[in-house]
Design a protein around this ligand. Structure first.
Ligand code: NAP
Length: 269
Protein backbone atom coordinates (compact mmCIF):
# COMPACT_ATOMS: atom_id res chain seq x y z
CA UNK A 1 0.00 0.00 0.00
CA UNK A 2 1.37 3.41 -0.95
CA UNK A 3 0.77 5.64 2.07
CA UNK A 4 1.07 8.73 -0.15
CA UNK A 5 3.22 10.70 2.28
CA UNK A 6 6.28 11.10 0.06
CA UNK A 7 7.74 14.61 0.55
CA UNK A 8 5.21 15.45 3.29
CA UNK A 9 6.84 17.29 6.22
CA UNK A 10 6.47 15.79 9.70
CA UNK A 11 7.48 17.57 12.89
CA UNK A 12 8.13 14.88 15.53
CA UNK A 13 8.92 15.51 19.19
CA UNK A 14 11.27 13.08 20.92
CA UNK A 15 12.17 11.31 17.69
CA UNK A 16 15.74 10.38 18.60
CA UNK A 17 14.92 7.47 20.91
CA UNK A 18 12.35 4.79 21.67
CA UNK A 19 8.91 5.03 20.10
CA UNK A 20 9.70 8.40 18.49
CA UNK A 21 12.71 6.90 16.75
CA UNK A 22 10.52 4.12 15.36
CA UNK A 23 8.10 6.75 14.04
CA UNK A 24 10.88 8.83 12.47
CA UNK A 25 12.37 5.81 10.69
CA UNK A 26 8.96 4.70 9.35
CA UNK A 27 8.16 8.21 8.11
CA UNK A 28 11.50 8.38 6.33
CA UNK A 29 11.03 4.89 4.87
CA UNK A 30 7.81 6.19 3.32
CA UNK A 31 9.65 9.16 1.79
CA UNK A 32 8.51 11.88 4.20
CA UNK A 33 10.78 14.70 5.39
CA UNK A 34 11.25 14.88 9.15
CA UNK A 35 12.06 17.59 11.68
CA UNK A 36 12.99 15.98 15.00
CA UNK A 37 13.06 17.90 18.32
CA UNK A 38 14.93 16.56 21.37
CA UNK A 39 16.82 17.76 24.41
CA UNK A 40 19.91 15.63 23.75
CA UNK A 41 21.98 16.24 20.61
CA UNK A 42 24.16 13.20 19.88
CA UNK A 43 21.47 10.78 18.68
CA UNK A 44 19.58 13.45 16.72
CA UNK A 45 22.67 14.66 14.92
CA UNK A 46 23.73 11.09 14.14
CA UNK A 47 20.29 10.39 12.64
CA UNK A 48 20.49 13.56 10.56
CA UNK A 49 23.87 12.46 9.18
CA UNK A 50 22.73 8.88 8.59
CA UNK A 51 19.81 10.02 6.43
CA UNK A 52 21.68 12.87 4.74
CA UNK A 53 24.08 10.22 3.42
CA UNK A 54 21.05 8.61 1.74
CA UNK A 55 19.80 11.95 0.40
CA UNK A 56 16.97 12.22 2.94
CA UNK A 57 16.02 14.96 5.39
CA UNK A 58 15.92 14.16 9.10
CA UNK A 59 16.46 17.69 10.35
CA UNK A 60 17.58 17.83 13.98
CA UNK A 61 16.34 20.62 16.26
CA UNK A 62 17.71 20.86 19.78
CA UNK A 63 15.33 22.06 22.48
CA UNK A 64 13.77 21.30 25.83
CA UNK A 65 10.03 21.28 25.21
CA UNK A 66 9.23 22.27 28.79
CA UNK A 67 10.34 25.73 27.59
CA UNK A 68 7.60 27.34 25.48
CA UNK A 69 10.20 29.38 23.57
CA UNK A 70 11.80 26.10 22.49
CA UNK A 71 8.42 24.88 21.20
CA UNK A 72 7.91 28.04 19.15
CA UNK A 73 11.51 27.92 17.94
CA UNK A 74 11.11 24.29 16.84
CA UNK A 75 8.05 25.12 14.75
CA UNK A 76 9.84 28.16 13.25
CA UNK A 77 12.89 26.04 12.42
CA UNK A 78 10.83 23.33 10.72
CA UNK A 79 8.90 25.93 8.71
CA UNK A 80 12.08 27.73 7.68
CA UNK A 81 13.80 24.51 6.66
CA UNK A 82 10.95 22.92 4.69
CA UNK A 83 8.55 25.78 3.92
CA UNK A 84 5.56 23.81 5.21
CA UNK A 85 4.38 21.47 7.97
CA UNK A 86 2.00 18.64 7.10
CA UNK A 87 1.91 16.76 10.36
CA UNK A 88 2.78 17.09 14.02
CA UNK A 89 3.59 13.96 15.99
CA UNK A 90 3.49 14.88 19.68
CA UNK A 91 5.47 12.08 21.33
CA UNK A 92 8.02 13.39 23.86
CA UNK A 93 7.15 12.62 27.46
CA UNK A 94 8.26 10.88 30.62
CA UNK A 95 6.53 8.98 33.39
CA UNK A 96 8.16 11.06 36.09
CA UNK A 97 6.37 9.77 39.17
CA UNK A 98 5.06 13.12 40.41
CA UNK A 99 2.59 11.76 42.94
CA UNK A 100 0.14 13.14 45.50
CA UNK A 101 2.81 13.60 48.15
CA UNK A 102 5.10 15.60 45.88
CA UNK A 103 3.02 18.76 45.83
CA UNK A 104 1.67 21.23 43.26
CA UNK A 105 5.05 22.37 41.94
CA UNK A 106 6.07 18.83 41.02
CA UNK A 107 2.62 18.29 39.50
CA UNK A 108 2.94 21.45 37.40
CA UNK A 109 6.40 20.43 36.22
CA UNK A 110 5.03 17.05 35.18
CA UNK A 111 2.31 18.76 33.12
CA UNK A 112 5.06 20.81 31.47
CA UNK A 113 6.99 17.65 30.66
CA UNK A 114 4.00 15.73 29.32
CA UNK A 115 1.08 17.93 28.30
CA UNK A 116 1.70 21.64 27.82
CA UNK A 117 4.10 21.22 24.89
CA UNK A 118 1.52 19.07 23.03
CA UNK A 119 -0.75 22.13 23.04
CA UNK A 120 2.09 24.56 22.32
CA UNK A 121 3.38 22.70 19.27
CA UNK A 122 -0.08 22.62 17.71
CA UNK A 123 -0.77 26.23 18.65
CA UNK A 124 2.43 27.51 17.03
CA UNK A 125 1.94 25.33 13.92
CA UNK A 126 -1.77 26.05 13.49
CA UNK A 127 -1.48 28.24 10.40
CA UNK A 128 0.90 25.74 8.78
CA UNK A 129 -1.49 22.85 9.46
CA UNK A 130 -4.43 24.84 8.12
CA UNK A 131 -2.47 25.68 4.97
CA UNK A 132 -1.52 22.05 4.38
CA UNK A 133 -4.82 20.55 5.63
CA UNK A 134 -2.49 18.45 7.72
CA UNK A 135 -2.90 16.10 10.65
CA UNK A 136 -1.90 15.62 14.28
CA UNK A 137 -0.98 12.42 16.10
CA UNK A 138 -0.73 12.51 19.89
CA UNK A 139 1.07 9.71 21.71
CA UNK A 140 -0.67 8.96 25.00
CA UNK A 141 -0.52 6.13 27.51
CA UNK A 142 -2.75 3.44 28.96
CA UNK A 143 -2.18 5.15 32.34
CA UNK A 144 -4.92 7.65 31.43
CA UNK A 145 -7.44 4.81 31.71
CA UNK A 146 -5.92 2.38 34.18
CA UNK A 147 -4.07 4.68 36.56
CA UNK A 148 -0.76 3.45 37.89
CA UNK A 149 -0.34 4.88 41.36
CA UNK A 150 2.21 7.51 42.38
CA UNK A 151 2.15 9.37 39.08
CA UNK A 152 -0.59 12.04 39.24
CA UNK A 153 1.11 14.44 36.83
CA UNK A 154 1.67 11.84 34.13
CA UNK A 155 -1.84 10.37 34.50
CA UNK A 156 -3.43 13.83 34.30
CA UNK A 157 -1.30 14.72 31.28
CA UNK A 158 -2.21 11.56 29.42
CA UNK A 159 -5.89 12.04 30.26
CA UNK A 160 -5.57 15.60 29.00
CA UNK A 161 -4.04 14.37 25.76
CA UNK A 162 -7.09 12.19 25.09
CA UNK A 163 -9.37 15.15 25.81
CA UNK A 164 -7.40 17.43 23.51
CA UNK A 165 -7.46 14.82 20.75
CA UNK A 166 -11.27 14.90 20.71
CA UNK A 167 -11.42 18.68 21.25
CA UNK A 168 -9.03 19.46 18.38
CA UNK A 169 -10.72 16.94 16.09
CA UNK A 170 -13.83 19.14 16.38
CA UNK A 171 -11.94 22.46 16.24
CA UNK A 172 -10.01 21.46 13.16
CA UNK A 173 -12.46 19.36 11.15
CA UNK A 174 -13.61 22.45 9.22
CA UNK A 175 -10.00 22.86 8.05
CA UNK A 176 -9.72 19.23 6.95
CA UNK A 177 -7.19 18.54 9.73
CA UNK A 178 -7.47 15.11 11.33
CA UNK A 179 -6.42 14.51 14.93
CA UNK A 180 -5.86 11.06 16.46
CA UNK A 181 -4.11 9.55 19.45
CA UNK A 182 -2.09 6.35 19.66
CA UNK A 183 -1.65 4.79 23.09
CA UNK A 184 1.01 2.29 24.09
CA UNK A 185 0.84 0.17 27.21
CA UNK A 186 4.12 -1.75 27.32
CA UNK A 187 6.43 -0.96 24.42
CA UNK A 188 9.99 -2.28 24.49
CA UNK A 189 12.50 0.58 24.29
CA UNK A 190 16.12 1.03 25.42
CA UNK A 191 14.83 3.13 28.32
CA UNK A 192 12.44 0.38 29.39
CA UNK A 193 15.31 -2.10 29.23
CA UNK A 194 17.42 0.22 31.37
CA UNK A 195 14.61 0.56 33.95
CA UNK A 196 14.19 -3.21 34.24
CA UNK A 197 17.96 -3.63 34.53
CA UNK A 198 17.61 -2.03 37.97
CA UNK A 199 15.34 -4.87 39.17
CA UNK A 200 16.74 -7.73 41.27
CA UNK A 201 16.00 -10.14 38.43
CA UNK A 202 15.49 -8.20 35.17
CA UNK A 203 14.52 -11.32 33.18
CA UNK A 204 11.87 -12.25 35.72
CA UNK A 205 10.58 -8.67 35.82
CA UNK A 206 10.26 -8.68 32.03
CA UNK A 207 8.54 -12.08 32.01
CA UNK A 208 6.07 -10.91 34.66
CA UNK A 209 4.97 -7.98 32.48
CA UNK A 210 4.86 -10.08 29.31
CA UNK A 211 2.63 -12.66 30.99
CA UNK A 212 -0.08 -9.98 31.26
CA UNK A 213 -0.10 -9.09 27.54
CA UNK A 214 -2.70 -11.32 25.84
CA UNK A 215 -1.47 -11.10 22.24
CA UNK A 216 1.80 -12.99 21.99
CA UNK A 217 2.78 -12.59 25.66
CA UNK A 218 5.35 -10.01 24.62
CA UNK A 219 6.01 -6.26 24.58
CA UNK A 220 4.80 -4.13 21.68
CA UNK A 221 7.67 -3.17 19.38
CA UNK A 222 8.48 0.42 18.42
CA UNK A 223 7.87 -0.62 14.80
CA UNK A 224 4.32 -1.74 15.64
CA UNK A 225 3.67 1.62 17.26
CA UNK A 226 5.20 3.45 14.31
CA UNK A 227 3.15 1.55 11.73
CA UNK A 228 -0.09 2.65 13.38
CA UNK A 229 1.08 6.25 13.78
CA UNK A 230 2.18 6.59 10.17
CA UNK A 231 -0.96 4.90 8.83
CA UNK A 232 -3.13 7.32 10.83
CA UNK A 233 -0.99 10.22 9.63
CA UNK A 234 -1.39 9.20 5.99
CA UNK A 235 -4.20 10.01 3.56
CA UNK A 236 -5.04 6.29 3.75
CA UNK A 237 -6.80 7.25 7.01
CA UNK A 238 -8.60 10.13 5.34
CA UNK A 239 -11.91 9.72 7.21
CA UNK A 240 -10.51 8.86 10.65
CA UNK A 241 -10.42 11.59 13.27
CA UNK A 242 -10.85 12.00 17.03
CA UNK A 243 -9.87 8.37 17.61
CA UNK A 244 -7.92 6.97 20.53
CA UNK A 245 -6.19 3.83 19.34
CA UNK A 246 -4.51 1.39 21.71
CA UNK A 247 -1.54 -0.51 20.27
CA UNK A 248 -0.97 -2.80 23.22
CA UNK A 249 -1.61 -6.46 22.39
CA UNK A 250 -4.94 -6.23 24.21
CA UNK A 251 -3.35 -5.34 27.54
CA UNK A 252 -5.62 -2.45 28.50
CA UNK A 253 -9.09 -3.67 27.62
CA UNK A 254 -9.37 -7.42 27.40
CA UNK A 255 -10.97 -9.59 30.06
CA UNK A 256 -8.79 -9.68 33.19
CA UNK A 257 -8.62 -13.48 32.92
CA UNK A 258 -6.58 -13.03 29.75
CA UNK A 259 -4.32 -10.34 31.14
CA UNK A 260 -3.46 -12.25 34.29
CA UNK A 261 -3.05 -15.87 33.25
CA UNK A 262 -0.16 -17.57 31.56
CA UNK A 263 -0.26 -19.16 28.12
CA UNK A 264 -0.63 -22.71 29.42
CA UNK A 265 -3.61 -21.85 31.58
CA UNK A 266 -5.11 -19.88 28.71
CA UNK A 267 -4.83 -22.76 26.24
CA UNK A 268 -6.46 -25.07 28.78
CA UNK A 269 -9.62 -22.90 28.93
P1 NAP B 1 12.04 7.52 25.52
O1 NAP B 1 12.63 6.27 25.01
O2 NAP B 1 12.48 8.09 26.81
O3 NAP B 1 12.18 8.64 24.42
C1 NAP B 1 11.63 9.91 24.65
C2 NAP B 1 12.23 10.91 23.71
O4 NAP B 1 11.59 12.16 23.97
C3 NAP B 1 13.70 11.10 23.89
O5 NAP B 1 14.31 11.25 22.64
C4 NAP B 1 13.78 12.39 24.70
O6 NAP B 1 14.92 13.14 24.39
C5 NAP B 1 12.57 13.15 24.23
N1 NAP B 1 12.10 14.08 25.24
C6 NAP B 1 11.49 13.78 26.41
N2 NAP B 1 11.20 14.90 27.07
C7 NAP B 1 11.65 15.94 26.32
C8 NAP B 1 11.66 17.34 26.47
N3 NAP B 1 11.17 17.94 27.56
N4 NAP B 1 12.17 18.09 25.48
C9 NAP B 1 12.68 17.52 24.38
N5 NAP B 1 12.72 16.19 24.18
C10 NAP B 1 12.22 15.41 25.14
O7 NAP B 1 10.42 7.36 25.68
P2 NAP B 1 9.37 6.33 24.99
O8 NAP B 1 9.20 5.19 25.90
O9 NAP B 1 9.72 6.11 23.57
O10 NAP B 1 8.06 7.21 25.11
C11 NAP B 1 7.55 7.99 24.06
C12 NAP B 1 6.10 8.35 24.38
O11 NAP B 1 5.35 7.15 24.59
C13 NAP B 1 5.94 9.18 25.66
O12 NAP B 1 4.92 10.14 25.47
C14 NAP B 1 5.51 8.15 26.69
O13 NAP B 1 4.73 8.72 27.72
C15 NAP B 1 4.68 7.21 25.83
N6 NAP B 1 4.56 5.86 26.41
C16 NAP B 1 5.56 4.93 26.33
C17 NAP B 1 5.37 3.66 26.86
C18 NAP B 1 6.40 2.58 26.75
O14 NAP B 1 6.11 1.44 27.12
N7 NAP B 1 7.60 2.84 26.24
C19 NAP B 1 4.18 3.34 27.52
C20 NAP B 1 3.19 4.30 27.60
C21 NAP B 1 3.38 5.56 27.03
P3 NAP B 1 16.14 13.29 25.42
O15 NAP B 1 16.52 11.91 25.83
O16 NAP B 1 17.11 14.02 24.66
O17 NAP B 1 15.59 14.05 26.56
Amino acid sequence: MDLEIKDKVALVTGGSKGIGLGIVRRLLAEGAKVANVNRSTAEGEALQEEYAAQGQDCFFIQGDLTDLNACEHAVDQARTKFGRIDMIVNNAGVNDGAGLEDGPEAFLLSLQRNLIHYYAMVHYALDDLKASRGCIINIGSKVCETGQGGTSGYAASKGGINGLTREWAIDLAPHGIRVNAVLPAETWTPLYEKCLAGADDPQAARAEIEAMIPLGRRFTTIEEMADMVVFLASPRSSHTTGQIVFVDGGYTHLDRRFTSTNETELNAK
